[in-house]
Structure formats: structure tokens, C-alpha cells
Design a protein around this ligand. Structure first.
Ligand code: ADE
Ligand code: ZN
Length: 343
């Protein structure tokens, strides 16, 4: 083995050894082709693909909408509580194996209730897996319900009403799906009501949409975290505001590459964002579709952007500090990152 290869392996081991939080992860985006086919069979759902290879070959996206079309089709195999349990448990086992200690997980109830699946089946299945992960894997979590922004605000408000009896299980509200043409302002009332009900609030903004959508998420929705946010760089005043207010951005490098938000990984702005003082974290978004879980995302930016161990450790610390954990839990986990770096 040559010296470069030895370094490469040591770098991978370092990323593996870092305790991490994942803050931008769509549970439906963790549906691996193998499980999709198994659930299609279990539930008698017809899919236009009959093999793992055919599914993976279809994962060649020109933009966000190309991906979303397959994502919504794929989630059609999820029907009962056990399906949501199996999906979530499979993710949690993989995440724990990558030393993810805490996960804040998005789910898209309108993608399920819209095809006749009960809201309770979705939340109960996901929540049962999260409880098992806390007991068996020592992993903590929060659940974030996302409104689909291509649907109207009345549908979001109806979904919020369904969530109210589950407040003890749902920590936050988010906003996802097709960004362009669906600015944050469209959901101002639904977010005001969500905040009034005591939910934490976040939103996807500045992924494909312009910097103005990031500003809209801050002003009209009053979110405390921005999902993606990479296009904030097109507006220096906005960058200054995000830095000053220490607004976390949950960046997803492999997603950005696979959805053509960036042309190649060497052109990814993560390093520049760190240098500007933005509060960035690295996450996997929809790992079953984008070619990697959280460690592969760390590795991709390390390789392409030449990030050092201090940078990677800073990203891991940020992941806990930007989370919804309480101050004491954050301190303990950041201390674990420090111990890895120091040791
Ligand atoms: N739904 C799942 N992944 C998404 C993404 N990256 N952007 C918007 N909506 C999504
Ligand atoms: Zn996302």
C-alpha cells in the first residue's frame, strides 16, 4: 500500500471515529432499492422496476424535480405501521454504525395520507423505531414533520391539525419538496400556527431557489435553521446576517452534486461557507438516492475540498450545537468530539 492510500484509510477512520449528529435526513429518502422491492412484494404494489440494478440505474437526476418524481413513486410501497418501522430501523442501524449519536429526522406525511395511509401508521411506525434506537443503540432523535410546498397552505394546515395529538413525538415542523415557484411566504400562516403550538421550525431554502427564499424563510416563517441554504452566497448582505445571527445551515454535499446544484464536488461551496463564518453542518438528505450516508458526505468534501481534521471536527461539533438537544447534552457530545481530536 502506498503512502497516499494509508493516509486515505486513516482519514476514513477519523471520520468514522467522530461522533456526529445528522440534522437533514428525509426518512423516505433512506428507502434502499432492496427494501423498496421487498415492501412492494409484501404489499402487492406494482413498481415500474423489477431489480435493484434497474432502480439504481434510474437514479440519474438532472434537477430536484427529477429526483422528487422517483422519491414519491418509491414511497408508494410504504403502507402500514410495520413498513415505517422497518424503513426507520434500517436507517438507524446504518447511522449508528457510522457513529451518528443523534438524528433529527424529516418525514412527509402528506406523501402518505394523500394515498390513503393513516397519519397514525406513519408516526407510530417511525416513533417505535426511534424508541428502540434510544434503548438499543444509545441514539437520541427528534422528529420533524415537513409540509410539502408544492401543495397548498390549507393542506399544510390540515396536516398540522393531524399532528397536534402527537406533540410529544413531533418536535418540529419543516418545509420541503419542489422549491422553485413555491416561496416560503406561501406558508406564513401555517408556520405562525406551528410556532404558536410550540413546534421548532426549519425550512428548506436556497437549494434550487434563490437567496431571497432564504430571507423569506427567516422573515416570513421565522425559522431557526435553514436546510441547504447554499445559494445564500449570492447575497453578501444575507451571508452577513446569517453569520451574525448564527443561523445553522444543514448542507448536503452529495445531494447537491446528484441534483446538479453544483457541477462537481471540487466546486462545492462548503469550504467557502466555513471560511465566511457560516454555521454549517454536513448531512445526507436522501442517502438511498444520492450515493452515501453521512460519513460518505464528510469523505466527499474532505477529498474534494482538502478539508483537514480540524475542519471535520468543527463540522461534527457544529452538528451537535445546531441540534435541538438541550445545552447539557450538547456539551457532553461536543466534549466527545474534543476527546477524539485530542486523543
Ligand atoms: N424532499 C426530499 N429531499 C428533498 C430535498 N433535497 N429538497 C427538497 N425536498 C426534498
Ligand atoms: Zn432535504
Amino acid at each position: 500500500m502506498d503512502k497516499d492510500e494509508t493516509h486515505h484509510m486513516a482519514d476514513r477512520a477519523f471520520i468514522q471515529s467522530l461522533p456526529k449528529a445528522e440534522l437533514h435526513l428525509h426518512i423516505e429518502g433512506t428507502l434502499e432499492p432492496e427494501l423498496m422491492l421487498a415492501l412492494a412484494e409484501r404489499n402487492g404494489v406494482a413498481l415500474p422496476y423489477d431489480s435493484v440494478e434497474a432502480l439504481r440505474a434510474a437514479y440519474d437526476f438532472g434537477n430536484l424535480q427529477d429526483f422528487l418524481d422517483l422519491y414519491y413513486q418509491g414511497m408508494g410501497v410504504l403502507q402500514g405501521e410495520q413498513d415505517f418501522y422497518d424503513l426507520t430501523w434500517a436507517y438507524l442501524e446504518r447511522a449508528a454504525a457510522q457513529n451518528v449519536r443523534h438524528a433529527e429526522i424529516f418525514f412527509d406525511p402528506q406523501g402518505h395520507t394523500g394515498r390513503g395511509v393513516a397519519f397514525a401508521s406513519v408516526v407510530d411506525g417511525i416513533h417505535r423505531a426511534l424508541s428502540d434506537a434510544e434503548a438499543r443503540l444509545g441514539m437520541t432523535s427528534r422528529l420533524i414533520l415537513c409540509f410539502l410546498r408544492h401543495l397548498d397552505e390549507d393542506s399544510a394546515l390540515a396536516t398540522l391539525a393531524q399532528a397536534l395529538p402527537y406533540k410529544d413525538r413531533i418536535a418540529g415542523i419543516g418545509l420541503d419538496s419542489s422549491e422553485l415557484g413555491h416561496p416560503p411566504e406561501k406558508f406564513a400562516r401555517a408556520f405562525a400556527r406551528s410556532r404558536a403550538e410550540g413546534f421548532r421550525v426549519v425550512a428548506h431554502a436556497g437549494e434550487e431557489g434563490p437567496a431571497d427564499y432564504v430571507r423569506g424563510a427567516l422573515d416570513a416563517l421565522q425559522v431557526e435553521r435553514i436546510d441547504h441554504g447554499v445559494r445564500c452566497l449570492e447575497d453578501p448582505d444575507l451571508v452577513e446576517r446569517l453569520v451574525a445571527a448564527r443561523v445553522p445551515l444543514t448542507v448536503c454535499p452529495l445531494s447537491n452534486l446528484r441534483l446538479c446544484v453544483v457541477e462537481d464536488m471540487a466546486g462545492h461551496p462548503l469550504r467557502r461557507m466555513m471560511e465566511l463564518g457560516l454555521f454549517v453542518t454536513v448531512n445526507s438528505d436522501d442517502p438511498a438516492y444520492f450515493g452515501g450516508y453521512v460519513n460518505e458526505n464528510y469523505a466527499a468534501v474532505q477529498d474534494a475540498l482538502g478539508l483537514g481534521r480540524d475542519d471535520l471536527a468543527a463540522l461534527a461539533r457544529n452538528s451537535f450545537e445546531a441540534s435541538f438537544l438541550d445545552a447539557e447534552a450538547k456539551r457532553a457530545l461536543v466534549a466527545e468530539v474534543d476527546a477524539v481530536v485530542g486523543g
